[in-house]
Design a protein around this ligand. Structure first.
Ligand SMILES: Cc1cc2nc3c(=O)[nH]c(=O)nc-3n(C[C@H](O)[C@H](O)[C@H](O)COP(=O)(O)OP(=O)(O)OC[C@H]3O[C@@H](n4cnc5c(N)ncnc54)[C@H](O)[C@@H]3O)c2cc1C
Length: 413
């Protein structure tokens, strides 16, 4: 009698689940592969990602730069991106009919600017590979036996899997991982990453929409600091440098319940000494001009004016008449302007989970559980998360690829 085809069940029909299922199907054509998705629709996050455009990866030129985009999991990903990199992502989608383009900041999107093309490509490719896809599935229990898994889908429906691959994504609460903890895994407590800072008492709220090209932003009392564009918003601060800081400091900021000080040097190229010299030079060179009308380099006019007034220099004061004390204060506001953050706001609904399945519980070459043979993980369910710019999908593609490639062992089929 013919042996039944080995069966891989993938839990989660998101980016990582689809990539794992497709890779497994392409690598092991004789296997039976099923995706179980709890929602009615598939790939929901891919659909809404990047403001509906789907930022599939980032064009950073080297793999060492790529792994630096992960506050958690970068070291773990280092050998894995050698097997499936950002360049492989581009090739993968272009080979399957989704041309991509790179924006000046390195983010890569479909040329169509439509995430639906990415969704359709993944669904069509999975169907072509005869991956069975089941939606609206509410898994009731998973029973791990020595050489198989029983997945109960309903009181009267049980499916058996030879291999099980969990790609169920992140979850903001520890309760979302209870069923995985029951399978014997350590869960690194989840906290949100990628958020903007609420500063209700900021004197800059009226400047919403103004941005500085290269500020330095830090959390005093910690080692956390980032450089890059900062956007002033009507609730506080956003922009790439702030989002990056929120990711790298995700745990520290959660621990203080998002009540902390944040300090800005509005032009990262300057420091206290160079700004002091600049103000002295301006006082001499622009003696007859109003202070508010001559901004320091790198500062938008509206931000400069507000900081000048905050420093106690009246609107009509000329450089020659500016009190030394106020200029000292202005220098402090320019290089070390400190604001009290009281809470966070999600950035365009885009957030990722810091935390998840502990990487120490997973074989770093295959993504198989070290506690349960035949059980694999991929995507955000792992304790891996990236900064914005396509890094989170890249982690989903890379880990999905590795888990899919290894799920039946090297030569077992
Ligand atoms: C609004 C938004 C925009 C984003 N934009 C970008 C972007 O442009 N670029 C980027 O790199 N990253 C972006 N991200 C992050 C990125 O979407 C995620 O990191 C990525 O989707 C993770 O993929 P995943 O497959 O691991 O998890 P998910 O995409 O979350 O997929 C997991 C799937 O598993 C299903 N599931 C969960 N539990 C079960 C269960 N028990 N049984 C069955 N199914 C289950 C879920 O319903 C879901 O469909 C964005 C995130 C958000 C929220």
């Amino acid at each position: 009698m013919k042996k039944p085809a080995p069966h891989l069940v993938v839990v989660g029909g998101g980016a990582a689940g689809f990539f794992a299922a497709i890779t497994a199907a392409e690598s092991f054509p004789d296997a039976r592969i099923t995706i179980l998705e709890k929602n009615r629709t598939l790939l929901n996050k891919v659909r809404i990602s990047g403001g509906g455009r789907c930022n599939v990866t980032n064009a950073v030129p080297s793999l060492s730069q790529l792994v630096q985009g992960y506050p958690r999991g970068g070291k773990f990903l280092r050998p894995l991106v050698k097997q499936f990199s950002n360049a492989d992502t581009v090739r993968w989608f272009e080979d399957r009919g989704v041309p991509l383009k790179t924006e000046p900041d390195g983010r890569i999107f479909p040329v169509s600017d439509d995430s639906a093309d990415v969704v359709q490509c993944l669904i069509d490719t999975a169907r072509r590979q005869r991956v069975e896809i089941r939606t609206s599935i509410n898994i009731q229990s998973i029973d791990c036996q020595p050489d198989k898994f029983s997945v109960r889908l309903a009181p009267d429906e049980l499916i058996l899997a030879d291999q099980l691959l969990i790609a169920s994504g992140g979850h903001p609460n520890a309760s979302g991982y209870g069923w995985l903890a029951e399978l014997g895994h350590t869960i690194v407590p989840p906290v949100p990453s990628l958020f903007t800072f609420n500063v209700p008492a900021s004197p800059l709220l009226a400047l919403a929409g103004v941005s500085t090209p290269k500020a330095s932003v830090r959390v005093p009392g910690t080692r956390q600091t980032q450089e890059g564009p900062v956007l002033l918003t009507h609730w506080g601060f956003s922009g790439p440098a702030v989002l990056r800081l929120s990711a790298w400091a995700a745990r520290e900021l959660a621990a203080c319940n998002y009540q902390f000080d944040v300090a800005f040097n509005w032009n990262a190229e300057t420091n206290d000494q160079t700004v002091r010299q600049l103000l002295a030079d301006y006082r001499r060179i622009h003696a007859r001009k109003q202070v508010v009308s001559v901004p320091a380099p790198g500062l938008p006019q509206r931000l400069w004016r507000t900081l000048v007034l905050e420093a106690g220099v009246p609107e009509t004061t000329r450089w020659a008449d500016a009190p030394a004390k106020a200029l000292n204060r202005l220098c402090e506001l320019l290089v070390n302007g400190t604001f009290r953050v009281a809470g966070k706001t999600t950035f365009k609904e885009e957030f990722v989970t810091c935390g998840g399945i502990a990487l120490s519980d997973v074989n770093p070459q295959t993504l198989e559980s070290l506690h349960q043979p035949g059980l694999f993980f991929a995507g955000e369910v792992l304790d891996i998360d990236g900064i914005t710019g396509g890094y989170n999908f890249q982690a989903a593609w890379t880990t999905g690829y590795i888990a899919g490639k290894n799920c039946f062992g090297k030569n077992s089929i």
